[in-house]
Design a protein around this ligand. Sequence first.
Ligand SMILES: [Zn+2]
Length: 132
Amino acid sequence: MELLTKQDEALISAARAAICRNYDDVHFRHTVGAAVRCGSGAVYTGVNVYSIHGACAEQVAMGAAITNGERVFEAIVAVRGRDGGELLPPCGNCRQLLADYAPECGVILSVSGVPQKIPAKDLLPFAYHTED
Ligand SMILES: [Zn+2]
């Protein structure tokens, strides 16, 4: 567990900006924004894309980063709400995605009201892994 840096605060702001620009709780249910900071220093954002199996905001942000050639992920955060005011922990599916792609990535979330950063691998003990 680590406390947040100024870069982490900027990442939260980027996630908030993404959902504030795209919030829609009526038609497409865009209610979550996410941002991932990569080893290059670039930040990619996403919002959730609703369908029966969804695509979480973290998945959209990670997909954008990977599409742009990123392979090293330093930190990721998701926020929920019209103002992005709620730090949202990743769902089980996103924990698996992060365990696969970014086990060392710091996941920013709130524990008992205290924002902190926890390595993705620690959020999914005994994770499923494909055979090598
Ligand atoms: Zn998710």
